[in-house]
Design a protein around this ligand. Structure first.
Ligand code: FAQ
Length: 327
């Protein structure tokens, strides 16, 4: 919807210091950058990279939970899970639309995903082994996503910032349904409580890693923050997430699997144990436990949907020809 009538998305201009300073001044004044504005190529590239990875994550993120729709234990749980998974699909589509405003098509981006060239969030490389994992994903993964995405509502690029407003409202519902599911299990039978604890044990560290590498290892944070795409560093958001989530675990009598976790009065936050960065980078490089399955599933869906895309294009073409003939 955004891509029609863009005048400047491919405009190449000489990026003099004066031009770059004037662009930075707009950012510093908290002006929104819109699709028709001339922007530095590096700003555009940074946005396409992040928005594309984000879109892919939402779409691939439908798979681990979609896996449990047919096995939800009640109609109420099934309806909530179906709605959640559909929401994630919607988020992917808003984000592909936002990327389109920067001159890159959904087809191009999907090709990069299904050929394994594109990244998606590390978290969706892990398997969902029990029903409790659905609670853990809503509580922890959507909880982490909200922490990361609320500041993106103030991102300097208008279409991305606006897409995030609705996304965050929906993620907030997802987080609550996940936490409520975990609470039910934690207050259920001993076996149900064990399932909840086991899911927390497996999803805690991958959720903590979702925020990306330590600030010292983060390639893009400095520039991204200067351009007000990101508003907080990876470590700052990770700390906020841990501070918010630990009391929630205590409230439902589950134990965070980190023996070094303790409150630190000086920083008014929790200290935590070491993060397994070797595991994180291995997953980011495409070697996660479910990496191949995720790409295979997306490729199958893309290939099997080809006739639908062809039919939609043919119909649009027919309508366009009819309209021209009637003029
Ligand atoms: N996984 O320099 P930085 C969701 C890569 S949506 C994989 O710190 P940046 C909703 C990074 O791309 C979840 N790769 O990068 C949902 C870069 O590689 P590159 C997704 C990662 O961009 C819930 C390199 O490491 N959310 O959960 C990860 O400044 C439930 C260096 O890193 C978003 O995408 C990672 N975790 O900061 C759906 C939010 N972390 O590109 C279904 C928007 C880093 O140079 C069910 N994105 N890398 O090859 C962001 O906020 C940022 O892109 C960060 C990374 C914070 C993810």
């Amino acid at each position: 919807m955004y891509s029609q009538g863009l005048i400047n998305s491919d405009t190449q201009i000489e990026e003099s210091q004066e031009f770059l300073d004037a662009f930075q001044a707009r950012i510093d004044a908290e002006e929104k950058i819109e699709p028709n504005d001339v922007m530095p190529q590096a700003y555009k590239k940074m946005l396409v990279r992040q928005i594309a990875q984000h879109a892919h994550s939402e779409i691939v993120g439908m798979l681990p939970e979609g896996n449990w729709v047919t096995r939800a234990p009640s109609l109420r749980r099934k309806a909530a899970l179906l709605a959640k998974v559909q929401d994630e699909g919607g988020h992917g589509l808003y984000l592909y639309s936002a990327a389109e405003t920067l001159g890159v098509s959904r087809e191009e981006l999907t090709e990069q995903l299904v050929t394994g060239k594109a990244k998606f969030s590390s978290i969706f490389n892990y398997p969902t082994l029990s029903w409790a994992d659905i609670g853990a994903i809503g509580w922890l993964v959507d909880g982490a996503a909200i922490m990361n995405q609320i500041p993106l509502c103030r991102c300097s690029y208008g279409p991305y910032a606006r897409a995030m407003i609705r996304v965050c409202k929906e993620e907030s519902f997802h987080q609550r349904q996940g936490y409520e599911l975990m609470m039910s299990l934690a207050q259920g039978t001993e076996k149900q409580k064990q399932m909840a604890q086991d899911a927390l044990n497996r999803w805690w560290w991958p959720s903590v890693m979702m925020f990306g590498p330590h600030d010292a290892e983060s390639t893009h944070s400095d520039q991204s923050m200067r351009w007000k795409i990101k508003r907080f560093t990876n470590d700052d958001l990770r700390q906020k997430f841990i501070n918010a989530t630990v009391p929630q675990a205590t409230f439902i009598d589950l134990k965070i699997p980190d023996k070094d976790l303790r409150w630190n009065d000086d920083k008014e936050g929790y200290d935590h144990g070491p993060i397994d960065w070797a595991e994180f980078w291995n997953v980011v490089k495409g070697n996660g436990p479910m990496a191949r399955d995720r790409i295979t599933a997306r490729k199958k869906a893309w290939d099997e949907g080809e006739w639908v895309r062809d039919a939609a294009h043919a119909y649009a073409e027919k309508r366009r020809a009819e309209k021209i003939a009637a003029e």
